[in-house]
Write a protein that binds this ligand. Sequence first.
Ligand code: LLP
Length: 433
Amino acid sequence: MVRETRGNRLFFDGCDLTEIAEKYGTPLYVMSYNDMMDHINELKKDFIDAYPDTKNRVAYASKAFACTAMYKILDKAGMSIDVVSGGELYTARKAGFPAERIEFNGNNKQPSEIDSAVEYGVGRIILDGIQELPLIESACKKYNKKMNIMIRITPGVAASTHDYIVTGKKDSKFGIPLDEEILMPIVKEILDSKWLNFCGLHMHIGSQLFTNDAYLKALDVLMDWAGKIKEKFDADVSEVNFGGGFGVRYTDEVRKPYKYFLDPMMELLKKRAEEIGIACPDAVIEPGRSIVAEAGVTLYKVGQIKSIPGVRKYVSVDGGMGDNIRVALYQAKYDACIANKADETCDDKVTVCGKYCESGDILLTDYMLPRSVKAGDILAMYSTGAYGFTMASNYNMNPVPGVVLVRDGKSAWMIKPQTYEELTQNMVIPDII
Ligand code: LLP
């Protein structure tokens, strides 16, 4: 466990978080190198090394947390990455991430994004609609490059999670509907093109999932279509992407090992491939949250405290919905601790709010903290490594906090905090006013 209490202080990957807050300032995202590596190593062992006859790969979903240093860590670990925008691709290129280990996803890829993906020579483009095909082909002609194409299908399976993060059900803006008239012409166009190489099928059913049943149902449906493709075109699906979505611990959730999801899926993949009469496809997964969520802690400084008699006690901190929109957007729940009072009993029920001008800017509701909490204390909110920094905003013209990497007692910036100058540098006063 990278998080531990020593005396009254909370430590994270060997670093005293109160000292980190003093040294780097607050609000601050802190990422643990060792926690991320634990998850990466679990994946290597249980998904790659456990299946030595395959070319299984892990394409980390950048949307959970991306920056040049993160891409460097993933590159050194031999991982692939999934990108969904020109910006993620640009960041990966800037970090020198190898093109062939990049998979380009997304539901409305822009012509300029497709152009730079082909120019860089990404390993896979994951097709989300037929309109993307002519764009990819013309970029291939322009750069004289052939592209590997996977098709993202919508398996029509509803996973049980928050409605906003369900993606695999039939009524979804993502993926290609499983309809003969829609899917088969796309497969044919790819097979007929000298610029495109048909690799296989992709699915992603949702996020923060704890049971494997929806994954298995969706994979079964996907393999029915692999069978239909074999029958109609005698073409083999040689890769299957299972997507991401493996659940993590925010408060009292019980995290399942990757094996729990992946072993039965690998078994089903093999069985269905045999039935169809194709070689067992290589499997790809796209975990994001499960690699970085628990590796992140956000540090805030406590400011104003307001007790409303008979109602509640508000403890304000110097960040909020700008650095973590997940509470307001998904009613997400978190755990937290006072990093400089880590050994004190939590005997006071408080509501921790942010500094943004919005009543919904609440981080923790009716949460137990020590009665002694006062201005200047450091609040550490756990499991904020995924979809925190990457969903941050400049609401109220607050700069986005920086990210510090901690590893075995050492610390260093991964991303420096935004400055007021950077906040305003693209602003122009037009001469028509
Ligand atoms: N692959 C695809 C195609 C995806 O759409 C996603 C997430 C992933 C992989 C990674 O899923 P993960 O392993 O991170 O669960 N902002 C929301 C989560 C949105 C997820 C969108 N897609 C949140 O903060 O909970």
